[in-house]
Design a protein around this ligand. Structure first.
Ligand SMILES: C=CC1=C(C)c2cc3[nH]c(cc4nc(cc5[nH]c(cc1n2)c(C)c5CCC(=O)O)C(CCC(=O)O)=C4C)c(C)c3C=C
Ligand SMILES: [Fe+2]
Ligand SMILES: [Fe+2]
Length: 343
């Protein structure tokens, strides 16, 4: 029997510092997230970050936590439930980090008689720190615990025409009647080094003004190219005028150069330049989470107001948007009948 495993990032079990510390420990010790030698990662994570960050992160989580739990988990569960309504075989949900493990998700499917799994990383763009770490871990778990299981994965769908339409329609609907002057597309950042490491040609990605716009096989795994493409394609679909929309990268951690421009500095600049009404959309996240609800909707708005801005509108993530549910269900049903997906 066929089955589906949706995989998102994960959240702590609660917004208390001890649970946040446990979650961050697992997350940041992942060699595809903080990609330095084990000794340096251990020193950085266990010696520095885990002694300072959990308290501040827990305070941030408390601001956005819902009665039902972490928004990211609750919204992913709603997505799972709605997809299940349109699919005749089991749909399970797992998280890369935290208690809802990939092993438990695969076990749940196997217990229901599944022997062929469609693995869906809930990220439109490929990144070493998100999609790749899910695929590598899922394969290791398969080999060790479920060697009979076949697993196929959904490729990054950042430039899929239907996805761009669903995203564009959602943005248009949420911004209807709002006369914003600038629409900022803010994506989660990654260290520049991650982009170079994922370059299969080893020479294409220069992280400059042109490499991501010059066709290359490297783009299949280039997070920066894929983010810039989402902005370009949505801009085209919504007929946005040049200069009224742009791309930035948020949530940087540490002192290495991350993808630029940074979102907080961009919001600051737009405010300083006299923009009074701005809107912001976060297409690297399928589900609203700490990074969208706190860092963007709260901190971002505060920065904008401090710089003289007045209206700051955040577009929700696709979450359990009907058209998005329909699209994922369509891909799943296509996989179930043809076992191959066209991007
Ligand atoms: C080196 C550190 C990090 C990399 C690289 C990174 C990449 C990355 N992350 C997401 C999506 C999410 N990240 C979230 C939270 C979060 N991310 C980092 C660090 C890196 N992320 C930290 C330390 C945290 C925890 C919060 C904090 O302390 O600030 C979340 C939200 C989780 C939630 O519970 O709500 C998401 C989602 C992507 C897409 C990405 C690379 C493309
Ligand atoms: Fe992150
Ligand atoms: Fe590039």
């Amino acid at each position: 029997m066929k089955g589906v495993l949706l995989v998102n990032l994960g959240s702590p079990d609660s917004p208390e510092p001890k649970d946040v510390k446990k979650y961050l420990g697992e997350f940041l010790m992942d060699e595809r997230v903080i990609d330095v030698p084990l000794w340096a990662r251990t020193l950085l994570v266990k010696g520095i970050i885990l002694n300072t960050r959990p308290k501040a992160s827990a305070a941030a989580y408390k601001k956005i936590w819902w009665d039902e739990g972490s928004p990211l988990i609750v919204l992913s569960e709603r997505l799972q439930d709605k997809i299940q309504e349109q699919v005749d075989f089991p749909v399970a949900l797992a998280m890369r980090y935290g208690s809802m493990t990939i092993k438990k998700g695969l076990q749940e499917l196997v217990d229901k008689g599944v022997d062929e799994v469609f693995l869906i990383p809930l990220y439109p763009q490929f990144a070493m720190a998100t999609t790749e770490t899910i695929l590598v871990l899922a394969e290791a778990i398969r080999k060790a615990h479920f060697p009979q299981l076949k697993i196929q994965d959904l490729k990054a769908f950042y430039n899929n025409t239907d996805y761009i339409e669903v995203l564009s329609n959602s943005i248009a609907r949420h911004l209807e009647g709002k006369d914003y002057e600038h629409l900022l597309f803010s994506y989660h950042g990654v260290p520049e080094r991650h982009i170079r490491k994922s370059d299969i040609t080893k020479s294409h990605c220069k992280i400059d003004g042109s490499c991501c716009a010059t066709p290359s096989p490297a783009h299949e795994f280039c997070y920066r190219h894929q983010c810039l493409e989402v902005t370009r394609l949505v801009g085209e679909k919504l007929n946005l005028k040049e200069g009224t929309f742009s791309t930035s990268f948020q949530s940087r951690l540490g002192f290495d150069p991350w993808l630029q421009p940074y979102t907080d500095r961009t919001i600051e600049r737009l405010g300083k330049e006299g923009i009074k009404k701005m809107a912001i959309v976060t297409p690297a996240f399928v589900s609203d989470c700490l990074e969208t609800l706190e860092e963007i909707a709260m901190e971002g708005e505060e920065i904008f107001h401090e710089m003289g801005g007045q209206d700051f509108t955040t577009v929700p993530c696709l979450n359990d948007d009907k058209a998005f549910v329909d699209l994922l269900s369509k891909w799943i049903n296509e996989w179930a009948t043809s076992t191959s997906i066209e991007a």
